[in-house]
Design a protein around this ligand. Structure first.
Ligand SMILES: Cc1cc2nc3c(=O)[nH]c(=O)nc-3n(C[C@H](O)[C@H](O)[C@H](O)COP(=O)(O)O)c2cc1C
Length: 332
């Protein structure tokens, strides 16, 4: 029987399937179902500073600008923050009591100070680790790449100074110097880096002539971007990597582990197939490991990373100078 145990978030996991932060991990009932179906770890839906701010702004709009109200502002700010964070803390406490699987909290803040405010409370509530969902849309033309990077690094520093639980980060691929950013984050001492988060993206409705949300779900072909970067980076950084986006089946999990990932984070496929799909993925991974004669994940983790692959140039080739099929034969 293959041993599927691995490490991510600085924690031992029974298997590499992490339920990614999403609506699936936003309430205790759903979290318990994923735990029962064999998840290796569960990352709670992020708590967003932006959301808390929007609620605060709504109170402001409704209340007008009376002198009395303005005096109360600080109080409302405090109350709203406490209420939102309070719900999140209650969720952590409830699931921590009822499931054995590691529970990782996730926070998305837009100012460095707020990060630490959430992080300390989350640690006190009993989360096993913390994932920072780091993303600023790089669309502000007044900000340089260095300004953006400074925000990410200082957010990580702030949190790591405040908490003792492992702190991991999930990032986007939208950096001008992605390799260097991954390296710099690993040097900050994070417990893991997940490559790459997916985001809300807009679409256009041609009939109604307005912006609409595009599908939030990945497709099974989307895994190749994280696969490349896991393969490129896994040999040269100081922390574990997890792959996320487009991982829908056991075969893709095996590919990510071969490229050097320690675990995978998955959401979209579970929206489509439900938590029972974990069993199919683990079974398919086990069958493949048995066929190849691997007993543990460390027997093959990183076997096809940049350093170890027989044809490493495949990771670095970017242009379609010629098109190749999977046997490296030129496609006419
Ligand atoms: C509906 C939905 C909600 C999500 N919400 C969050 C979130 O709150 N925080 C976060 O870090 N990632 C969030 N994600 C991203 C997922 O955690 C995951 O990294 C991403 O979807 C890629 O995995 P997938 O291809 O298996 O969906 C969300 C994804 C989906 C589909």
């Amino acid at each position: 029987m293959a041993d599927l145990s691995t490490r991510f978030f600085g924690l031992k996991l029974d298997n590499p399937i992490i339920i990614a932060s999403s609506g699936l991990t936003a309430n205790a009932e759903s979290i318990k179902r994923f735990a029962k179906c064999g998840a290796g770890a569960i990352v709670l839906k992020s708590i967003f500073e932006e959301e808390i701010k929007q609620e605060y702004d709504q109170v402001l709009r409704n209340a007008g600008t009376s002198h009395h109200f303005l005096e109360q502002l600080d109080y409302f700010d405090y109350e709203i923050r406490e209420e939102n964070v309070g719900h999140y803390i209650d969720l952590i406490k409830e699931v921590r009591k009822e499931v054995k699987v590691p529970i990782i909290a996730s926070i998305n803040c837009i100012t460095a100070g707020e990060w630490s405010f959430f992080a300390e409370k989350i640690e006190a509530a009993g989360a096993d680790a913390l994932e920072l969902n780091l993303f600023l849309l790089p669309s502000d033309i007044r900000k340089s790449a260095e300004d953006q990077n400074e925000f990410y690094m200082s957010a990580v520093e702030h949190v790591m100074q405040k908490v003792k639980i492992p702190v991991a980060v999930k990032i986007s691929p939208f950096f001008s110097n992605l390799g260097a950013v991954i390296q710099a984050l690993s040097e900050k001492g994070v417990a893991g880096i997940s490559l790459f988060n997916r985001f809300y993206t807009p679409d256009i409705d041609l009939d109604k002539m307005k912006l609409i949300p595009s599908s939030p779900f990945s497709e099974a072909v989307d895994y190749t971007l994280p696969l490349r970067w896991i393969g490129l980076m896994s040999d040269s950084i100081n922390c574990d990597l997890a792959a996320t986006t487009g991982i829908h089946d056991g075969a893709t999990v095996a590919k990510m582990l071969l490229a050097g990932a320690s675990a995978v984070q998955m959401a979209s496929v579970f929206y489509k197939k439900g938590p029972e799909h974990i069993g199919t993925i683990l079974n398919d991974l086990t069958v493949w490991m048995n066929e190849k004669g691997y007993q543990t994940i460390s027997d093959f983790k990183g076997k096809l990373s940049l350093k170890n692959a027989p044809n490493p140039a495949g990771y670095e080739r970017a242009q379609f100078m010629k098109q190749f099929n999977s046997d490296e034969k030129v496609i006419e």
